[in-house]
Write a protein that binds this ligand. Structure first.
Ligand code: FA5
Length: 350
C-alpha cells in the first residue's frame, strides 16, 4: 500500500511543477483532494485493511494529504506574486518633466484611479451609482443629520443657485437617495445595500497643494443586519492594498461627522515625502484620505431604514488626493489645470 502513496506523491510533484496558472492548480487540487480525488480514494480503500495496517497506512495518507494541501497553497501564492510582479513591470513610470505626448488623447489620472476603485469594489459585490452635481439642501445636509444652522455646515461652504439648490459639497449627498432606492430589496428580500458613488464635489475654499475648489470623492455605503466596524476596516484595507499594490502606512483616528457614529479619519502616510512632511501634506507627513464611520441611526431613519434592525458603514474617499498619492503629483491644482504637458504623462490609449 505504501507504494501507492509513494507513487501518488511523485506523480503529484511532477504535475505541480508543470502547473503554470491558477485554473490548472485548482484542477490539480480537485484531482487529488476532491471528493472523488486520488487521495480520497486511498483513504476509502483503507476499509479493507487490518487494524495495525490501517493505522500505519492512514498516517501515511494523511501526511500526503497535508503535504499536497500545503504545496498547492504555496504554489498558489507563488503564482499570485508572479502575476503581480508581471503587472507591476508593465506599469508605466511617470516623469512629469518629460516632453508631452500630444498626438493622441489620454485618460485623466482621476479617471484612471476612479476606474481602478470601481473595479475593486465591483469585485466585492458593490454597485456603482451615478448622482447629479446639483442637489438640494435636504440631500446634502438635512438628510445627513445636519440641520440648518448646524456648525458642521461651515466646513463645507459651497456654491448656491438662485433657486436654493447647491453644487454638492460631498458625495454623501447621494446617501439618502441610495437608501430609498434599495431599501425595499433590503427589507423584503434581505439583499444588503452595497453601493459606491463617485462624483465631483465643490467647495468655496482657498486652494493650496492639497485643496481644490473642485475635486472628486467616492462615497461607499454598506447596510445590512450586523454590519460592524470590522467590515468597514476590511473594505478600506482591501481597497488601499489593491489600488497601491504595496503596503501603505495608515492611521485611523476619531473624527466627527454628524452622519456617522462613531466616525473616523483614515489618513495615509504621505507618499510624496515618505512621511517626513512637505507642502503636499501640509508638513504633517499624513494626508486625510478617507473619512468613514458607522451610519448614524437618524440617517438610516431618513432613508426609510429601521436602525434597530439594520446597521451600516459609510466612507467618503478623497479620490483626487488618491490620484495625487498614486501618481506622485505634488500639487493638486495640476490635476484641474488642463496642462497637457503634465497630464499626458498618464497617457493610456483611449
Ligand atoms: C466629507 O466630505 C464626508 N462626506 C466624508 C464621509 C463620508 C465621512 C461618509 C463619513 C462617512 P471631508 O470634508 O473630510 O468629509 O472630505 C472627505 C475627503 O475628501 C477628504 O479626506 C479629502 O481626501 C477630500 N477633500 C475634502 N476637501 C477637499 C478639497 N478641498 N480638495 C481636495 N480634496 C478634498
Amino acid at each position: 500500500m505504501s507504494e501507492k502513496v509513494k507513487e501518488l506523491r511523485e506523480q503529484f510533484g511532477q504535475k505541480l511543477s508543470a502547473a503554470a496558472d491558477p485554473q490548472v492548480l485548482e484542477a490539480l487540487r480537485v484531482e487529488y483532494l476532491g471528493k472523488k480525488g486520488s487521495v480520497t480514494d486511498l483513504l476509502k480503500s483503507m476499509k479493507d485493511l487490518s487494524g495495525e495496517e490501517k493505522k500505519e497506512f492512514g498516517q501515511q495518507v494523511n501526511l500526503l494529504k497535508n503535504e499536497i494541501a500545503e504545496a498547492i497553497a504555496a504554489k498558489s501564492e507563488q503564482l499570485r506574486q508572479e502575476a503581480l510582479e508581471r503587472e507591476i513591470s508593465l506599469m508605466p513610470e511617470f516623469d512629469l518633466s518629460a516632453p508631452p505626448v500630444l498626438d493622441r488623447g489620454s485618460y485623466h489620472p482621476i479617471t484612471l484611479v476612479q476606474r481602478e476603485c470601481e473595479n475593486v469594489f465591483r469585485s466585492m459585490g458593490f454597485t456603482v451609482e451615478d448622482y447629479s452635481e446639483i442637489v438640494t439642501d435636504y440631500e446634502c445636509f438635512e438628510s445627513l443629520n445636519i440641520p440648518k444652522h448646524h456648525p458642521a455646515r461651515d466646513m463645507q461652504d459651497t456654491y448656491y443657485l438662485t433657486n436654493g439648490q447647491l453644487l454638492k459639497s460631498q458625495t454623501s449627498a447621494a446617501q439618502n437617495a441610495i437608501y430609498k432606492k434599495y431599501r425595499k430589496a433590503l427589507i423584503e428580500e434581505g439583499k444588503p445595500i452595497k453601493a459606491i458613488f463617485p462624483g465631483r464635489c465643490f467647495r468655496n475654499e482657498a486652494t493650496d497643494n492639497c485643496h481644490e475648489n473642485t475635486f472628486f470623492q467616492m462615497e461607499g455605503v454598506m447596510v445590512d443586519k450586523n454590519i460592524s466596524i470590522s467590515n468597514l476596516i476590511f473594505f478600506m484595507k482591501t481597497m488601499l492594498s489593491e489600488v497601491f499594490r504595496k503596503d501603505i502606512k495608515v492611521r485611523l483616528r476619531p473624527g466627527f461627522f454628524p452622519f456617522v457614529e462613531p466616525g473616523f479619519e483614515l489618513d495615509i502616510s504621505c507618499l510624496i515625502c515618505g512621511g517626513t512632511g512637505c507642502p503636499s501634506c501640509k508638513h504633517s507627513g499624513w494626508l486625510e484620505l478617507c473619512p468613514c464611520g458607522m451610519i448614524h441611526p437618524e440617517v438610516l431613519k431618513a432613508g426609510g431604514i429601521d436602525p434597530e434592525e439594520y446597521t451600516g458603514f459609510a466612507f467618503g474617499l478623497g479620490m483626487t488626493r488618491l490620484a495625487m498619492m498614486k501618481y506622485g503629483i505634488k500639487d493638486i491644482r495640476d490635476l484641474n489645470s488642463g496642462n497637457l504637458k503634465a497630464l499626458s504623462q498618464f497617457t493610456q490609449d483611449c
